[in-house]
Design a protein around this ligand. Structure first.
Ligand code: FAD
Length: 341
């Protein structure tokens, strides 16, 4: 366990409550927001405190209304036309001033590209630390300390970090690791706030956001993932995996080797330096099961491994291990599934 120290002169008792920084895109709440809300609720209950959600945007009342059904005590909705698209400067300013005014004890962000971009800036501005890329959060029952767990040393060990002298205690959390919050019967209290923002506050401006049209369903949202590794051999090999994914209504993922080899886009990488997923079904084709890959998919509900080598580590960690050449097994699987349709 490591102790991180940034600022020892704060009145720690002034900081109360758990705060989730929500993420939305064009008025659609992202999955990570619901995952953080579930985790935030547990932390708030364990610290006998309130759960706040902060959401930023412009004319996103429907998204805010949806969030109000998921167990937060209060939602702070910062609405401004300069918040229509993500802006590092605007988000940093608004979230920092929220923290200075409301003094939450714990603040959690999604470790998405956006969260990873502005959370460290907020930390610097409010004079606290930040534990990046957490895969587990908890409160120590004995002393009430906030425990932030993340992979360290290439994923070979899990480090639990505490920040006893800093407030707020802040963490970014990997999308896809935590379960999503469920709807509750009680609505959250929503406060709409117009922040004081001007063009001068924004140095770097987002001109446009171009969505990747090839990704119909993101890896995080997919129920079925067909993932390929070195055993797939080349770019063309992934066409066979795509056929299996299409047959099952799933999406294609990858280990790091095909990404590094240029066979598939980095957005498809699963693992320590890629995405964390927990689909209902994960089919690993020609993947050995290195720890750095397993970190990103071991929470899948059902894992099928197709591998030539019966001693590959993934064969032991899967629910069903199919020993064989993926180029023979997958076409047979596709035929079998189609014959049952
Ligand atoms: P290999 O380990 O080479 O395994 C290939 C498998 O395919 C073998 O088991 C073989 O038996 C099987 N095979 C071959 N041909 C066939 C066939 N025709 N049919 C069936 N099976 C076949 N890796 C990730 O995946 N994600 C990460 O995010 C990640 N981050 C990393 C971060 C760090 C800091 C480091 C050091 C490494 C990281 N890695 C990551 C790399 C990781 O350590 C492994 O090297 C990688 O996961 C191996 O990929 P693989 O299983 O596809 O390839």
């Amino acid at each position: 366990m490591f102790n991180a120290k940034v600022n020892q002169n704060k009145d720690l008792s002034a900081y109360q409550g758990v705060c989730v920084i929500a993420q939305q895109e064009k008025g659609i709440n992202l999955s990570v927001t619901f995952e953080l809300m579930n985790e935030g609720r547990k932390l708030a209950d364990k610290t006998d405190s309130q759960l706040y959600v902060v959401i930023l945007g412009n004319k996103i009342d429907d998204a805010v209304d949806e969030l109000s059904n998921y167990g937060a005590d209060k939602i702070f909705y910062y609405e401004h036309e300069l918040l229509e698209k993500y802006s590092t400067d605007a988000y940093t300013k608004v979230v920092s001033s929220f923290i200075e005014d409301n003094k939450p004890e714990i603040v959690i962000y999604g470790a998405s590209s956006i969260g990873r971009d502005f959370a460290p800036r907020v930390a610097a501005r409010v004079g606290t630390g930040l534990v990046a890329d957490c895969t587990g959060l908890d409160i120590n029952e004995e002393d009430g300390k906030f425990l932030q767990t993340r992979p360290a040393f290439g994923g070979n060990l899990m480090a639990t970090i505490i920040c006893p002298n800093d407030r707020p205690q802040m963490a970014t959390v990997r999308p896809g690791v935590m379960e999503k919050a469920k709807k509750v019967n009680k609505k959250s209290h929503v406060l709409k706030i117009v922040p004081s923002l001007t063009q001068e506050d924004i140095i770097a401006r987002t001109v446009d956001i171009i969505m990747d049209k090839t990704k119909k369903v993101s890896l995080n949202d997919a129920d079925i993932i067909v993932a390929g590794g070195r055993g797939v051999g080349n770019k063309e090999g992934f066409e066979l995996l795509q056929q299996l994914a299409d047959t099952l209504g799933g999406v294609v993922g990858s280990s790091r080797v095909p990404v590094d080899s240029g066979w598939i886009d980095h957005s498809r990488q699963i693992g320590q330096t890629g995405q964390t997923v927990r689909p209902k079904l994960y089919i690993a084709c020609g993947i050995s099961g290195a720890i750095q890959h397993m970190t990103g998919m071991s929470e899948s509900e059902y894992i099928i491994a197709i591998n030539k080598n019966p001693s590959a580590p993934i064969m032991k960690s899967s629910h069903l291990a199919i020993e064989g050449d993926l180029f023979k097994v997958i076409p047979e699987l596709i035929n079998e599934i189609n014959s049952k349709k």
